[in-house]
Design a protein around this ligand. Structure first.
Ligand SMILES: NC(=O)CC[C@H](N)C(=O)O
Length: 729
């Protein structure tokens, strides 16, 4: 019965690293080979079209439909020269993956033959047969059609024989059915609001860009072992499995030498990623055994997000060439580190200033403090929403342990920045601004050492940590589409910056000088959002109590956390920034609740099946062996001696009986609880029922399975154990 397990372990052990040829060209030469980037646009488009397209990309200028045909022709020429035969609109529906439907370039030529065709119409907009994507009722209520529309700000790229065109996905009635459409709106909102605020300091700023640098953590598991674990295959995580005696306690995996099979995978992946224009830079072993990380150089947020989606699908593909499966789930293994996707976020101007970075002069630092404090205000007022933006059935397993932040959003600032904010808060306006000699005015904003950029202390329990010239949103899950977090964060910051501008302008109108008005508002904000600042240990019980006292959102039930999207202040914020309407938010929440329910439902079914088909039969078989042994003892020895010799086995027999009975009863009860939950009409209530009744049952059943794993004969156990999943590579 357990042969499969031993066979796959043996095979995995014998595997050698796959040879990956180093390209003859240098990375700088093959970088973006498969991307229709500016260089190719210049080569393949007439200069008038090129200029219009660049204006649309760089400045968001509206793109005249008439140039679309010429762009399409240029793209097609390039793509066919590269051997491409198909094209697809590539978009991110509300499933957390990407979607694509390939069409061949071929068309009838009218003379009985075929020709290659790709028109502007096909480039700009398509109507995929998309009735099966989650839509939260938007398309059912109105119109079944959904459109994908070209996003010129993210360049088209080639995967295998297909030209992929990044697009938004919207309903016939205009509501967004994807992540990209609201992300683009959020980025536009933060651009506009930040430019207005920048003008207090640098009137020449025309554009502010939000940057994103993601760090992708993941696990690799040998594909044979993976195939022998139906739970991994179906849910992305192990629903059972006792701790391995050795796991990450020696901290010997982190930053260790990369195992050869894994190094080959990484090399292969990086070559492919670079060819697709993804500027991958860092790779290393992460903390848990068989856990790794990959990070690119930061990019403009929309592009960075597309690149993250692309790399996740690339990882799935490339890992298979190396006999691995990549696990992007936030918590594939209980008891060791889970996987995050830390989102490093910042704002920068077209004049080259990083707005979250300290400067050289007190004036620069006033600008720096302005942007930092406004970010803190946004995070403070929308801490519940930010938590909702990273919450999912899967990430819930990760938060609150093993170096992942807790389910309470707070911000770590570090010693130096905290001191600066305290100084501003505790000084009067007149202390901060004094008249001085030639300069006319002296600003007492402390010099913030530039060292700060590389020198901030790290706090791994902080969900939103300042790291020198950016914030690191650490709570984002490894499997998530970063756009969810980036939509919430950029919109909230945009809204806050707009408020700041209004507050400062009101003081200026009353006759206050500009700097003094800015300082006054900043000081009041520092006081107002104090509750969000926390540099301590996010895991401690004291923090949970303290956070509740401070009024931060401490809810841990994912379906209830989603309510944050529909709070009046959230709706007002999204509507004011033009990012999403109430109707869109409501529809999205329906999808979130539904997805939550389905994920737990699948886990419950898989666990039920495995418990009944794998665990109980194996445990019973072992128990039968023990019973036979007890009987044989009785025939060999006098009754009293036999009883003594069999005492341990009798205990085990009973333990197996108790645990299997518990498992069976609870699997049955879980089925009944599902039946009850499934009858609930409201998606929200149903998700809450799943959270309250099914998720605890999963844990209870698992507990007994894991105990059985410890006592049942290893030869009989069918499922690869943690020690095999985590250490075979
Ligand atoms: N070393 C680290 O940064 C660990 C991070 C951790 N894996 C997380 O879940 O976020």
């Amino acid at each position: 019965m357990s042969k499969l397990r031993f066979r796959v372990v043996e095979t995995a052990f014998k595997k050698k690293a796959v040879e990956v040829a180093t390209p003859v060209e240098r990375p700088s030469e093959y970088f973006a080979k498969y991307v229709f980037n500016k260089e190719k646009m210049f080569k393949y488009l007439p200069s008038k079209v090129y200029n219009a397209l660049i204006d649309a990309i760089d400045n968001g200028a509206p793109l005249d439909r008439s140039i679309a045909d010429e762009v399409a022709a240029g793209m097609k020429k390039w793509a066919t020269e590269m051997g491409v035969t198909h094209y697809t609109h590539w978009f991110a529906p509300l499933t957390e993956g990407t979607a694509e439907k390939h069409d061949a370039f071929v068309e009838h030529d009218g003379k009985g033959g075929m020709m290659e065709e790709f028109t502007g119409k096909l480039l700009v907009q398509q109507e995929p047969d998309a009735s099966s994507f989650p839509n939260g009722g938007i398309r059912n209520t109105f119109e079944a059609r959904g459109y994908s529309a070209w996003d010129p700000s993210s360049p088209a790229f080639i995967v295998d024989d297909t030209l992929c065109i990044p697009t938004v996905f919207i309903a016939y009635t205009g509501e967004a059915l994807d992540y990209k459409a609201p992300l683009l709106k959020a980025l536009r909102a933060v651009d506009k609001a930040a430019v207005d605020v920048c003008h207090y300091f640098n009137p020449e700023v025309k554009k502010v860009v939000a940057y994103l640098g993601w760090e992708q953590e993941y696990f690799l598991v040998d594909e044979g072992l993976y195939a022998a674990r139906p739970d991994l295959l179906m849910t992305g995580r192990t629903l059972m499995g006792h701790d391995s005696a050795k796991n990450q306690q020696l901290e010997d995996h982190y930053f260790g030498a990369i195992p050869t099979r894994v190094a080959a995978f990484m090399k292969d992946l990086e070559i492919e990623a670079l060819k697709l224009g993804i500027p991958v830079k860092t790779r290393h072993n992460e903390v848990a055994p068989n856990q790794f990380e990959l990070a690119p150089i930061f990019e403009e947020c929309n592009l960075a997000n597309d690149h993250n989606l692309l790399i996740m699908s690339l990882m799935r593909k490339v890992s298979r060439r190396h006999g691995f499966r990549v696990l992007l789930h936030e918590k594939p293994f209980k008891g060791v580190n889970g996987s995050g996707k830390h989102n490093n976020w910042s704002l920068g101007t077209d004049t080259g200033i990083l707005l979250m970075g300290p400067g050289k002069t007190p004036e620069d630092n006033l600008r720096f403090v302005t942007f930092v404090v406004n970010t803190l205000m946004a995070v403070y007022h929308h801490n519940g929403l930010l938590k909702a933006s990273i919450s999912s059935a899967t990430n819930a397993h990760r938060l609150g342990a093993n170096e992942a932040p807790p389910a309470i959003i707070s911000s770590f600032l570090g010693k130096q920045l905290s001191q600066v904010l305290d100084h501003i808060e505790n000084s009067t306006k007149d202390d901060l601004i004094s008249l001085s000699g030639k300069q006319g005015m002296k600003l007492d904003i402390p010099q913030i050492p530039e060292l700060l950029i590389d020198n901030t202390d790290r706090n791994r329990t902080s969900p939103f940590a300042f790291t020198g010239n950016r914030f690191e949103f650490r709570a984002v899950g490894s499997e998530a589409n970063c756009a969810s977090a980036m939509i919430a964060l950029n919109s909230a910051v945009a809204n806050q910056l707009t408020k700041f501008k209004k507050d400062v302008d009101a003081l200026i109108e009353k006759g206050e000088p500009k700097i003094s008005a800015i300082l006054e508002i900043i000081r009041s904000y520092i006081k107002e959002c104090k509750a969000i600042h926390f540099d301590g240990n996010g895991y401690s019980d004291e923090w949970k109590e303290e956070a509740a006292r401070r009024g931060l959102d401490c809810e841990t039930s994912v379906p209830v956390i989603f309510d944050n999207y529909l709070k009046p202040e959230t709706i007002a914020m999204f509507e004011a920034t033009g990012v999403m309407t109430k109707k869109e938010l409501e529809a999205r929440n329906e999808v979130k609740w539904e997805t939550y329910t389905k994920k737990i439902q699948i886990e419950a079914r898989v666990l039920g099946d495995l418990a009944m088909n794998h665990i109980i039969p194996v445990a019973t078989q072992y128990q039968t062996d023990l019973i036979n042994n007890v009987y044989k003892m009785q025939s060999l020895f006098p009754a009293e001696k036999a009883a003594k010799l069999s005492a341990k086995n009798l205990e085990l027999i009973e333990e197996i009986a108790d645990r299997t009975a518990f498992i069976k009863e609870h699997v049955d009860a879980m089925v009944e609880a599902r039946k009850v939950a499934n009858k609930i009409e409201s998606e929200r209530e149903k998700a809450i029922a799943y959270h309250d009744t099914i998720t605890p049952a999963l844990e209870e059943i698992r507990y007994h399975i894991d105990k059985l794993e410890l006592i049942v004969d290893n030869q009989m156990w069918t499922l690869p154990k943690y020690r095999e999943l985590l250490f075979v590579r």
